[in-house]
Design a protein around this ligand. Structure first.
Ligand code: SAJ
Length: 453
């Protein structure tokens, strides 16, 4: 039923096992997919609450179809959750690599994960790091294992004679499409040695339909950082353009729409800033590795972070101008239709407004049950969309959740709107994406033009 790649599975004695360390946004879906593709999977997390939930076949994150898959593989006994690593054929590390306050990468969780699995390693094991890391981390982890387990032969010291293989394979799945992209996307798979890469490619081929491309660990590490920095730079361009449009009173959404008719132009969308644990973080890893050579990457980060402040100032001015008015912050998550608040510019803006204006701030966030701690003592309240529309004169649209797209023109008629995502723009709207433009757009049947009106 499961085993559709017998050649790989036959490399292992008995039933092939994987130990996935870190059951977060990447680890849990990865563990579940592998469990549905022939592997017996042990999912490890230091958080007993997460382990308890997964062991009961439940999920602790919002991701389409993940709940059904986890429920299925747990009930079949293919996925088990535990707080301690166990012996396995393959170890996959999917723990976070946060930014320290100094904007330097903090690989503490990776080091802890490696330390926790080292005592369990046996000759023949394959160890794969998926966490985003600075270049050179995989080789350092190989050295760490070599120090902890002198009885084993690690590729960083023993080359072709190694009996433990180590590789780096960054994830590149998009939250909201994780289960699909985990299987469909191509993967860059970097080994400490050629043999390490070969073995890791064989492993990924058991559950990835996309192309699995072998390379060195250092190249794969840099590929990951380059991908997310590329996207950050392109979003920064859109955000910078939005500031210029705001200054000169032009609708940025129309500019982008028309520019994107050029066959070689694809401008991304402005927003309230860039969030999430990846794009808002990873470019700093590159800056950190060569600060004198990365002014563009650093500036993109600063432009994207600065956009949140720009939106905050805009809302702040409106609330200062009318002491009786209240604002509804629509959305807290870092992007649409997920529950992830990590590095969210929307949360940052809401927190700053709530800190200053307290109970004049209402929050609508359909994807979380309760407000995060930083908002609870400010006086700000979590309300439904209907309540917000009935009671708030200012609507600050921060996240383009599906629920917000359904709000009708009539419901917005007498509101002051700051629409950071451009979902409510209309021919007569005077405020799109946070820019209260006085430009009206006239769209004609065969051509699209604009004129001040
Ligand atoms: N955003 C914009 N404008 C856009 C696109 C995105 O403002 O046009 C904002 C979003 O609102 C969000 C942030 O950028 O705040 C990041 O969202 P995203 O959808 O671009 O990316 P993530 O963080 O969900 O996932 C990214 C992806 N990387 C790339 O597209 C290069 C994903 O493939 C990676 O696996 C993931 O980072 C990761 O884990 O590294």
């Amino acid at each position: 039923m499961y085993n559709d790649n017998p050649r790989v599975f036959s490399m292992f004695n008995g039933e092939p096992t994987v130990c996935v360390v870190g059951l977060g946004y990447i680890g849990l879906p990865t563990a579940a997919v592998m469990a549905s593709r022939g592997w017996r999977v042990f999912g490890v997390d230091i958080n007993p609450g997460i382990v308890e939930k997964v062991a009961a076949g439940k999920v602790h994150i919002v991701e389409p179809d993940l709940d059904d898959l986890v429920q299925k593989v747990v009930s079949l006994g293919r996925l088990r959750a535990t707080t301690q690593p166990v012996s396995a054929d393959v170890f996959v590390i999917t723990v976070p690599t946060p930014l320290a306050a100094s904007k330097q990468p903090d690989c503490g969780f990776v080091v802890s994960a490696i330390r926790s699995i080292a005592p369990k390693l046996r000759p023949g094991n394959l160890v794969i790091l998926e966490s985003t890391c600075p270049v050179g981390t995989t080789a350092e982890m190989s050295e760490l294992i070599a120090d902890m387990r002198p009885d084993l032969c690690l590729p960083s010291r023993s080359g072709a004679a190694a009996n433990i293989h180590i590789a780096y394979c960054p994830e590149r799945v998009l939250p909201g499409r994780i289960l699909l992209e985990l299987q469909e996307n191509d993967r860059s798979i970097g080994g400490i040695s050629e043999r390490c890469a070969e073995r890791a490619v064989e492993f990924y081929k058991t559950f990835v339909k996309g192309e699995c491309i072998g390379t060195t660990a250092e190249v794969a590490e840099l590929v990951k950082l380059s991908e997310n920095s590329f996207r950050d730079l392109n979003i920064a361009f859109a955000n910078e353009l939005s500031l210029i449009c705001d200054r000169i009173g032009i609708d940025v959404w129309e500019v982008i729409e028309l520019a994107n008719h050029h066959p070689r132009v694809k401008i991304l969308k402005p927003g309230p800033g860039v969030g999430g644990h990846c794009i808002a973080v990873d470019p700093w890893f590159l800056v950190h590795s060569a600060p004198d050579l990365s002014p563009l990457i650093r500036t993109a980060r600063e432009v994207n972070d600065g956009k949140a402040d720009f939106i905050y100032q805009k809302a702040h001015r409106l609330l200062e101008a009318d002491g009786n008015e209240s604002v509804a912050c629509l959305g807290l998550t870092f992007k649409a239709n997920i529950d992830d608040l990590r590095e969210s510019p929307s949360l940052e803006i809401a927190e700053r407004l709530a800190g200053k204006f307290g109970k004049r701030v209402s929050i609508v966030e359909p994807n979380i049950a309760q407000l995060p701690a930083a908002l609870t003592d400010t006086g700000a309240r979590k309300v439904t969309l209907e309540e917000a529309l009935a009671s708030c004169g200012i609507l600050l649209l921060l996240v383009d959740h599906d629920e917000f797209k359904k709000v009708s023109r009539e419901e917005l008629a007498d509101k002051t709107i700051i629409d950071t995502r451009g979902i409510w723009k209309s021919p007569t709207s005077s405020a799109s994406m946070g820019h209260q433009s006085n430009v009206r757009h006239f769209r004609m049947a065969s051509t699209v033009g604009s004129a001040a009106g």
